[in-house]
Design a protein. Structure first.
Lengths: 200, 75
């Protein structure tokens, strides 16, 4: 289902991809009955946000499945979007699952990306970092990124400009500019078979 | 089940609902202690129960997407 969402955002010509689009997609699939976003005075230096997926039966009503996302109200708009998008995508891939057949290759690919990323940003635990990358292919469609990358190579736009265009945290932009992202995108979106690429 | 997961499940079990799953966005907060993270969750739920938190309709409803082709042509 994550691949289906990536294919959906892949067809757009506009940026940024709204979190609302992701929300509507999840609701249309009937995965939950409602989704809410709630800003809270959470200390962003401890946790940026969390999702609570639960069932609730009001005394005189039908049982509902709810996804409540709480996020640190102190985050800037790009971070709020990214935190909420990432938490929503957990509903599509609750166990880090995806649509490709060869999970081991994808894992290796992601490991390559996150290792590069961790070196640059001093981020630790692989599993937690991994989950953040499921949001990128949804929020940054490759066809749009390719247009921007040409201008980046010509030094007409910098990393901050790319972050603003896609409304994502700037720290993720270096990942978008690697060839790993192209592989990640194509595999997670189901645009190529896992045999079509080579993991270094 | 990890100590962290057990602690959080216990926290969520206090809610008047059946928890299906939960996930956290820790980001680069690798130094946060389990107790600190649970404390933030506990605090958030307490504020929710007291009606101090208000959900927003859309997280980015004020953003107007624009054509990327036109954007790059203008660069």
């Amino acid at each position: 289902m994550l691949a289906e969402l990536i294919k959906l955002t892949n067809r757009t010509e506009n940026a940024p991809i709204l979190v609302e689009t992701i929300k509507e997609f999840i609701l249309s699939k009937g995965l939950v009955d409602s989704i809410s976003f709630t800003p809270a005075p959470i200390d962003e230096n401890k946790v940026k946000g969390f999702i609570h997926w639960h069932r609730y039966k009001p005394p005189y009503g039908e049982e509902n499945t709810l996804a409540e996302i709480f996020y640190a109200e102190s985050l800037n708009p790009c971070w709020k979007r990214f935190v909420c998008a990432k938490e929503l995508i957990h509903l599509l891939a609750p166990n880090g699952t995806h649509s490709v057949n060869d999970g081991e290759k994808l894992k290796n690919l992601l490991l390559g990306i996150t290792n590069n990323f961790c070196e640059k940003t001093d981020i630790g635990a692989f599993d937690d970092v991994l989950a953040e990358f499921f949001a990128l292919p949804v929020l940054v469609p490759l066809p749009l990124l390719e247009l921007v990358k040409e201008k980046y190579d010509d030094k007409k736009i910098n990393e901050y400009g790319i972050a603003v265009l896609f409304r994502i945290p700037e720290k993720y932009v270096p990942i978008l500019l690697t060839r790993h992202y192209v592989n990640l995108y194509n595999i997670m979106g189901g645009f190529c078979d896992s045999e079509d690429f080579k993991v270094d | 089940m990890s100590e962290f997961e057990t602690l959080v499940r216990n926290l969520f079990a206090k809610q008047d609902t059946q928890t299906l799953d939960f996930k956290f966005f820790l980001g680069s907060n690798r130094d946060a202690l389990i107790e600190e993270i649970c404390g933030e969750v506990n605090k958030t739920f307490a504020q929710k129960m007291n009606g101090m938190l208000k959900s927003v309709e859309a997280i980015d409803g004020d953003i107007c997407p624009r054509s990327v082709s036109e954007f790059v042509q203008a660069l």
